[in-house]
Design a protein around this ligand. Structure first.
Ligand SMILES: [Mg+2]
Length: 280
């Protein structure tokens, strides 16, 4: 009986696969790549489209603010919020280990002040609650991502490494139905560190009980995720969800538009080869 191999149809990208294979051969061992030891994943704008869900939350809170005082222009407050939010996340470690509620109040207070408005703590907390609730309402399970993560966790343990507060990270993971795939959750505020500090990545590799050099890190921030992982001795993969907002970078790290694209290629490379099939 004549038996030949055949190609099964699938929608996995092919142009990025050789680039990733060469990169991982170089970083993990040549050839073949050693089995994956562990994978660290950023949360916001990597596993979850935080930009879209946060924008929804901020819009809802700004509309509430406009009902509390006629001095609020919702559009101006939305812009002010995003400016205050971005200012915080440029130096997240500077916030120390303060509580999440204090941080949320501080960002909203800063935004309101910049549009010339002050609210009492009760109304400020109403904005915070409205923003969080509307943001979380936008987060829903992605069946494809769940399926890919289930396959990935058959190959290696997966951790989330985030600069966010634990309670927020956990709620987002729960809403996205991703918690069951995560072996460890490492949150910067818990230990007073923030990516790109290598200490946070090393806390992640310790939690996964692997050498950092054998741990991949997948994240959307060139500065926090890619440069931080490199400084920690990990193997980064860049998610370019918002490439226009990121500084030019050398083409030395594979990039993907979404985490699902990256995981598809990792599964292609590292999943055991299927048995040869007859095309007859
Ligand atoms: Mg991120």
């Amino acid at each position: 009986m004549l038996t030949t191999s055949c190609t099964l149809a699938h929608d996995q990208p092919t142009d990025t696969l050789p680039v990733l294979a060469t990169y991982l051969h170089t970083r993990l061992g040549t050839p073949p790549p050693r089995p994956l030891a562990a994978i660290s994943l950023d949360l916001d704008d990597t596993l979850i489209d935080t930009g879209a869900s946060l924008a929804h939350g901020v819009r809802a809170a700004a509309q509430l603010a406009a009902t509390l005082t006629s001095r609020v222009d919702p559009g101006a407050l939305i812009d002010a919020y995003h400016a205050a939010f971005a200012a915080h996340w440029r130096h997240p470690a500077a916030a120390g280990t303060g509580g999440l509620q204090d941080l949320r109040r501080r960002v909203w207070r800063t935004a309101l002040r910049s549009v010339g408005v002050t609210l009492d703590t009760s109304d400020l907390d109403r904005l915070v609650r409205t923003c969080v609730a509307a943001q979380l309402a936008m987060i829903a399970p992605d069946p494809e991502l769940r399926s890919l993560l289930r396959e990935l966790t058959d190959l290696a343990p997966v951790a989330v490494c985030s600069n966010g507060h634990r309670s927020s990270v956990q709620r987002k993971l729960d809403k996205a139905a991703l918690t069951e795939f995560v072996t460890a959750i490492i949150c910067g505020p818990d230990i007073g560190l923030a990516k790109p500090d290598p200490g946070l990545f090393h806390a992640c590799s310790r939690a996964l009980n692997v050498d950092p050099a054998r741990c991949l890190h997948i994240g959307d921030s060139w500065h926090a995720d890619v440069q931080g992982a490199l400084a920690a001795g990990m193997v980064p993969i860049w998610i370019t969800r918002q490439p226009a907002a990121t500084a030019p970078r050398p083409p030395t790290v594979p990039s993907y538009p979404t985490v699902t694209h990256a995981i598809r290629d990792l599964l292609q490379l590292f999943s055991p080869a299927p048995p040869e099939r007859s095309c007859g």
